[in-house]
Design a protein around this ligand. Structure first.
Ligand code: NPQ
Ligand code: MG
Length: 376
């Protein structure tokens, strides 16, 4: 089979892998100590395979998607729709499943797997397919809510020693201004940001006015995920740029949010917008409007981290991402690990497709269930 033939997907394998986190990750919506992920493997006639990871977490807190729901929609609707007939081009994956409302993280996993197989056959990297402009990307780190300011500072210092170029502190009502002020006093020159994961309302203006004095690079998703209007009102009263995460589900959302003045920075996550193709479209909208973007993270294993790093190579990505090294989250990843260098950068994979693949022995250890969707 050559790169221009349609891609006949023969089987789709769903696999849940569970990886212990090196330390629990706490946000305004909860705490995780194990990363549970769905991996999607597509097997193509002729022997090629491709891998994708679904970003949906165990519970529907970050978004309405959750792991068991994603498993069911992949098994019962998305998988069968894809396998029914070959796709002529990876962009057709999104079109093929467009009739399914929502479920963007599940769609993104399937698209990534098909793209991986497609690009492996063509011998092309995902970064090149997307239009990547650099071979290394800048890494930031997202730090969970800590038990004490001392513990937080110690954790932050550890990441800075490893080279991370931007530190994002998770905040929640009651653990915000004081904590961030403390870190700012200790680290006057470190690029710092905060992420509220939608935990505040416009009535909490005074919190944001206080944070506005701390020289933050951005304030991420302060308000409700469905409230662009209030974000625009808040942005109008702050010097610090607001970055939207949960609120941006598509390139159209990005265009509307920018037009409304609801944000000045966008966090792009392929899962949240339905795949890397839509993620690139969000990037293009922002680049056209002069809005800086960066690539977020969902505690992905190497399979999901790879597309994030490929996206981070795009020309409009001008801020360090939550594209951290594998060892930020896992003692042992499921692929070869992503590593940070002393300058705080990470190599964009150079192998075809997503550029990494799960190690079979690691898969054996981490897999807790599998299910196969075959052509009927
Ligand atoms: C964010 N991620 O930017 C998210 C949210 C997040 C790296 O800060 C399990 C799986 C727990 C995914 C917790 C970072 C999670 C998760 C938080 C994603 O808002
Ligand atoms: Mg966020």
């Amino acid at each position: 089979m050559t790169g221009s033939d349609p891609l006949p997907v023969e089987t789709i394998e769903l696999r849940e892998v569970d990886l212990p986190l090196v330390r629990p990750f706490r946000t305004s919506f909860g705490e995780e100590s194990v990363k549970r992920a769905i991996l999607v493997r597509v097997a193509v006639a002729g022997g090629a395979e491709g891998w994708g990871e679904c970003a949906a977490a165990e519970d529907p807190r970050y978004s309405e998607e959750w792991l068991d729901g994603a498993w069911a929609i992949l098994r019962d609707f998305l998988g069968p729709a894809l396998i029914k007939r070959p796709v002529g081009h990876p962009e057709e994956v999104g079109e093929r499943v467009q009739w399914v409302r929502g479920h963007r993280m599940a769609k993104a996993a399937l698209e990534a797997a098909v793209l991986d197989a497609w690009l492996r056959i063509r011998g092309e990297t995902l970064a090149s397919f997307l239009g990547g402009a650099r071979d290394r990307v800048e890494c930031g780190v997202s730090v969970g809510i800590a038990s004490s300011v001392e513990a937080l500072l110690e954790e932050v210092q550890g990441y800075l020693a490893k080279g991370y170029r931007r530190v994002k502190l998770k905040i929640e009502p009651g653990r915000d201004v004081d904590v961030v002020q403390h870190v700012r006093d200790a680290l006057p020159d470190t690029p710092l940001s905060v992420d509220a994961n939608a935990a505040y309302r416009l009535e909490n203006l005074s919190v944001f006015q206080a944070l506005d004095e701390l020289g933050l690079v951005m304030i991420e998703q302060p308000l409700h995920h469905e409230d662009l209007a209030d974000h625009a009102k808040l942005q109008g009263q702050l010097q610090t740029p607001i970055c939207l995460d949960e609120s941006i589900r598509s390139a159209h959302d990005a265009a509307v949010a920018i037009e409304m003045g609801a944000c000045r920075i966008i966090n792009i996550k392929p899962g949240r917008v339905g795949g890397v193709v839509e993620a690139k479209a969000v990037h293009d909208v922002a680049l056209g409007a002069g809005v800086p973007v960066w690539i977020g993270g969902m505690l992905e294993t190497g399979v999901g981290r790879a597309p994030n790093v490929a996206l981070a190579a795009l020309p409009g990505v001008t801020l360090p991402g939550d594209t951290s090294a594998s060892d930020r989250y896992f003692k042992e990843d499921i692929t070869e690990p992503f590593v940070i260098d002393a300058e705080g950068t990470m190599a964009v994979p150079t192998g075809p497709g997503i550029g990494v693949a799960p190690d079979s022995a690691r898969l054996e250890v981490c897999t807790v269930r599998t299910e196969t969707i075959a052509k009927v």
